[in-house]
Write a protein that binds this ligand. Structure first.
Ligand SMILES: Cc1cc2nc3c(=O)[nH]c(=O)nc-3n(C[C@H](O)[C@H](O)[C@H](O)COP(=O)(O)O)c2cc1C
Length: 242
């Protein structure tokens, strides 16, 4: 049975687009028996890292800040898989960045050269073997998602664990309309469930599934037109209210 720690960085928490994509994926993992421990970084009110490096130079593995993270650390350490879920927020919401920074005590203070990069690895008592990223964005193109992907991949590389990749849902808002999930939206939700099951049972996600989950729902130009129309409509409503 796989133990999974999930941090969802969406300020919209369970009502957000990120949760819309994450929840079916986790349901699929649970179908294979995975145990999920989910937190919203917005709820945690994590003290931002203040950079003393106490966890490296004074008491390796321990953080100087005695806040909610002291309760979270054992939960993260005991997981086999860490899932980071987030909306793109040029690049990620502040609370999630604070959470990621506070994972520094999990990293052993010993640096090595790997290729041209400086790398480290997690302490022995950290069980995590894989890190997966699940995220949603409002825009159309993939180029807009590289920074977020790099944040999660760098964490995996600095922990010395596998980066399982990124499940990306661009223009996630188009999975719904006024009547709820569209047909395409429903198909993607089903695919996410199947993908969660696949990941829990094999530890991998196929390229085909990743591509199918992130497939365009409109052409780029159609999407820009549709978004601009929605913006105009919302602004007009606002003028009428004022
Ligand atoms: C401050 C802010 C910045 C954003 N920046 C981007 C961006 O750079 N690229 C993008 O694709 N979407 C961007 N978005 C849109 C969100 O990522 C997108 O709507 C997402 O699905 C919201 O997920 P949530 O409902 O879980 O918060 C931004 C949204 C906000 C509020």
């Amino acid at each position: 049975m796989v133990k999974v720690f999930v941090v969802n960085g969406s300020p919209d928490k369970a009502k957000g687009n990120t949760a819309m994509v994450l929840v079916p994926f986790l349901a699929g993992m649970e179908k294979d028996g995975a145990r999920i421990d989910l937190v919203y970084s917005k709820d945690l009110k994590v003290t931002p890292c203040t950079g003393e490096m106490y966890c490296w130079y004074r008491k390796p593995g321990h953080c100087i800040h005695k806040d909610i993270m002291q309760e979270i650390y054992p939960r993260v350490k005991s997981a086999d898989v860490l899932i980071i879920a987030t909306p793109v927020y040029i690049p990620i919401p502040g609370e999630l960045q604070d959470f990621i920074n506070r994972l520094c005590p999990l990293i052993l203070p010993r640096v090595v050269k790997v290729g041209e990069r400086t790398r480290a690895r997690f302490h022995e008592d950290v069980n995590i073997k894989k890190i997966l990223l699940v995220f949603t964005g409002g825009w159309w193109e993939r180029g807009n998602f590289e920074t977020v992907t790099m944040i999660a991949e760098e964490l995996a590389l600095n922990g010395g664990v596998e980066f399982s990749g990124a499940l990306i849902r661009p223009h996630a808002h188009l999975m719904k309309d006024e009547g709820g999930l569209t047909n395409e939206g429903q198909a993607i939700i089903k695919l996410l469930e199947e993908t969660g099951f696949e990941y829990a049972s094999t530890g991998k996600i196929s390229k085909d599934r990743i591509n199918a989950i992130s497939r365009p729902l409109l052409s780029h130009t159609e999407m820009l037109d549709s978004d601009n129309k929605s913006i105009d409509k919302a602004l007009l409503r606002q003028v009428n209210v004022n």
